[in-house]
Design a protein around this ligand. Structure first.
Ligand code: FAQ
Length: 338
């Protein structure tokens, strides 16, 4: 895409003349100084020197995160026209719009590392990029809006609060607002579950069914077990990650058990048991990692449907991008003439 069009969507930091030049090799002295800054809890900013591996890791994680927000609008968007009341509809609409906003902050954060939103989006639409496994599951009933808000947003908060302290400044700052909004999302989901659980037996059964279907995929959201995690060691050394996948998964289960008890629902894990050791934790049963691998390989229940929906939206939005580019070109001509 020509630079002029790119400038329309990106921050000035993304421009070729201001971005940190790409270095084919990382210099040991600079790398040591960089690591010393990380160890001292300094924030790394867009124009600071950084090892290529650090930049690549961040682009990978931030863009996956952005794609997750955008694809994550689809399962809930499915229920906007079928929300049971005007209040529920307005709240769900606001939540889904927040997710679009989160995607935009995150694409902007990735752009500060030298990859444009268009390139990242092309990767998503071509199937080259990942997004969270959780968004490949269907939302079958209204109770799924409760379960998604309570559990999916709950898991997202658990993972994202530590990212507010990530060593890369633009990502960390984006996370602060995202986490505040995720907190509202989690509460609206929990309140839907509470209303259903205090309703008729049929409504409570709907809530239980939604919990049964979403619980295990939510545990998978945190990523593979620590022993199989490819990036954790390096990301922890760079203070991109502050907790391991298993640590965050355990924190999530510990937080979720009392919430489920309050609702009067049963977590679908016959092996769940309280372990008083180490301050007290709820130990969970075996996770079906084969299911996770299948979803990551494109064989989840909705993988194809999700990408097809994103491609259609992208094609249908072409006229907006063209109009905005034409407007920007005209403005540039006016500016030159003035
Ligand atoms: N799904 O070495 P690790 C949300 C991949 S936002 C798909 O442990 P890492 C808001 C991983 O990419 C949800 N792929 O990786 C919302 C890697 O493959 P690669 C998204 C996964 O990066 C709510 C491979 O497995 N949140 O929900 C998943 O150190 C409601 C090896 O894994 C974020 O993105 C997965 N679940 O740790 C919106 C948070 N897990 O790239 C709408 C930021 C792992 O080498 C409605 N990201 N993989 O091909 C992170 O914190 C990390 O990237 C992890 C994975 C923890 C997800």
């Amino acid at each position: 895409m020509p630079q002029g069009e790119c400038a329309l969507y990106t921050q000035s930091l993304n421009q070729a003349d201001t971005a940190t030049p790409v270095r084919p090799v990382d210099y040991p002295e600079q790398s040591a100084r960089f690591q010393a800054r990380i160890d001292a809890d300094d924030r790394i900013e867009a124009n600071d020197w950084m090892p290529e591996g650090y930049r690549k890791t961040l682009v990978r994680q931030i863009s996956q995160h952005a794609h997750s927000e955008i694809v994550g609008m689809l399962p809930e968007g499915n229920w906007i026209t079928r929300a049971p009341s005007l209040r529920r509809k307005a709240t769900l609409l606001a939540k889904v719009q927040d997710e679009a906003g989160h995607g935009l902050y995150l694409y902007a954060a990735a752009e500060t590392l030298g990859r444009s939103r268009e390139e990242l989006f092309d990767d998503l639409l071509a199937g080259r990029a990942r997004y969270s496994s959780i968004f490949n599951y269907p939302t079958l009933t209204w109770a799924d809006m409760g379960a998604v808000g309570w559990l999916v947003d709950g898991a997202a908060i658990m993972n994202q609060i530590p990212l507010c302290r990530c060593s890369y400044g633009p990502y960390a700052r984006a996370m602060i607002r995202v986490c505040k909004e995720e907190s509202f999302h989690q509460r609206q989901g929990y309140e839907i579950m509470l209303t259903l659980c205090r309703g008729t037996p049929e409504q409570k059964a709907m809530a239980q069914d939604a919990l049964d279907r979403w619980y295990w995929p939510c545990l998978m959201m945190f990523g593979p077990p620590d022993g199989d995690s490819l990036h954790s060691d390096q990301s922890t050394a760079w203070k991109i990650k502050r907790f391991s996948n298993d640590e965050l998964r355990q924190k999530f289960v510990d937080a979720t058990v009392p919430q489920a008890q309050y609702l009067g629902l049963t977590l679908p894990d016959p092996d769940l048991r309280f372990d008083p050791a180490d301050g007290g934790h709820w130990r969970y049963g075996a996770i079906d990692w084969e299911e996770f691998r299948q979803v990551l390989s494109g064989n989840g229940p909705c993988n194809r449907e999700r990408l097809a929906a994103r491609r259609k939206a992208h094609e249908e939005g072409a006229w907006v991008r063209e109009a905005a580019a034409a407007y920007a070109a005209r403005q540039a001509v006016h500016k030159q003439a003035a």
